[in-house]
Design a protein around this ligand. Structure first.
Ligand code: LLP
Length: 389
């Protein structure tokens, strides 16, 4: 299996306009099989794929066929998930700022749950549901105030973050439910960050959820659904060795540390861990340029195609797929965009590189294609798939 991943069909790449995204659909299917195998050990675990990580229709269709639900954060994502064939009863909708049209669309579609992040939002959903003569099922997104120990831009579970309802406001929120007749509390939602590789962080989240559930029990409330969000990280350093994330340890951490009542279902919203390793950004070397005391490899892919290095100083493994030379040299690998942050990596040791070489920027299946922009009036990168290329 690992060979399939590193064995890029470079010969075929030579005829394709670069930059483009290349997806290994075998790896995606194998990853989904591992997820299904792990969750089948528990009859009350449900995985909703976080559409934000990659909303490519082919990718969504494979994930839908594997039986996962969808986690959406906008009306556009709800529409995209419905179009891809996800059943509405497997769609959840989160996000701090849901517009009226997004709420109407979701109520009309009959999605399973709104993850609600504030009292004004709860009131608004209730008002719209009432006007539509419907009932909205809602989960309260609670800010657990647990540190995910990840990049500050992708930490969401601290009280200083804009996400979720602070636990100190819970009594107020629960009182609100007694006044509102068109919303029904069916769950609690917690998402505290992304690219989390340390299982201790998930253990801390589980323990915190147990404490929070006690507050609800004291008010005689046992919700049917606990949603722990997403966040499981991947190995950006070793995309071939660790092509499939540690799903077993992840699910077991919750089994061991999260105290569920017999009627309760546990939901996960995994994005990155599902799709990250199956995607690579493929690019051509435009020029190799001499600097004062370094050399630059200038690619035809830039931050518009993959923004993660520029935005989060994220590491992605860079490979020269077509090099014939075994001698190595250090290069700064940069894109063509007029921004200094348009850099994929500094002092990267690579085989001696020439104009025309084909590069892969690995682990780009999550938050890659979906975050691409047309800045500098560039064309969006096209997707290609291993089973049809
Ligand atoms: N559920 C909620 C409510 C979320 O906000 C997110 C991600 C997820 C689930 C999925 O998390 P995952 O399993 O993918 O970690 N653009 C950033 C990542 C932002 C994540 C935002 N929320 C990046 O490229 O690293």
């Amino acid at each position: 299996m690992r060979d399939i991943i590193s064995n890029f069909p470079v010969e075929k790449f030579k005829d394709i306009q670069t930059p483009f995204y290349y997806y290994n659909t075998d790896l995606l299917k194998e990853t989904l099989a591992v997820i299904n195998n792990e969750t089948s050990k528990y009859d009350n675990y449900h995985v909703h794929y976080a559409v934000k990580a990659n909303a490519n229709p082919t990718i969504l269709s494979i994930i839908k066929d594997a039986g996962l639900g969808a986690d959406c954060v906008s009306g556009g994502e709800v529409e995209t998930a419905l179009k891809a064939g996800f059943p509405p009863e497997k769609i959840v909708f989160a996000g701090v700022g849901k517009s009226d049209w997004e709420i109407i669309l979701s109520l009309e579609a009959g999605i399973s749950c709104f993850n609600v992040e504030s009292i004004p939002e709860l009131e608004n959903i209730n008002r719209i549901a009432k006007e539509m003569n419907k009932y909205a099922s809602v989960a309260l997104r609670i800010n657990p105030n647990v540190d995910a120990h990840t990049h500050s831009y992708i930490t969401t579970g601290l009280s200083e973050n804009k996400f979720g309802i602070d636990i100190s406001l819970i009594d107020k929120v629960l009182d609100k439910f007694t006044e509102l007749n068109n919303v029904k509390l069916i769950g609690l939602h917690f998402h505290f960050g992304s690219q989390i590789t340390d299982m201790d962080s998930f253990r801390s989240l589980a323990i915190r959820i147990n404490e929070i559930q006690e507050i609800f029990y004291r008010r005689m409330i046992i919700v049917e659904n606990i949603n722990v969000g997403g966040g499981l990280g991947v190995d950006y350093q070793n995309p071939d060795k660790n092509a499939i994330p540690t799903f077993r340890e992840y699910f077991e951490t919750f089994r061991k540390h999260l105290a569920l009542r017999p009627i309760q279902h546990l939901h996960f919203e995994l994005g990155r861990s599902v799709v990250c390793q199956c995607g690579s950004l493929i690019s051509r070397v435009l020029y190799v340029k001499e600097g004062v005391d370094k050399k630059f490899v200038i690619l035809d892919a830039g931050m518009t195609d993959l923004i993660r290095p520029a935005l989060y100083q994220a590491y992605h493994k860079i490979e020269n797929l077509s090099a014939t030379n075994t001698e190595k040299e250090d290069y700064d690998v940069v894109g063509p965009i007029c921004e200094s942050s348009d850099c994929f990596g500094k002092a990267i040791e690579l085989p001696i590189t020439e104009r025309g070489d084909i590069f892969a920027i690995r682990s780009a299946g999550a938050y890659g294609e979906i975050m691409a922009s047309q800045y500098n009036c560039r064309k969006l990168p096209k997707p290609y798939f291993s089973d049809t290329i």
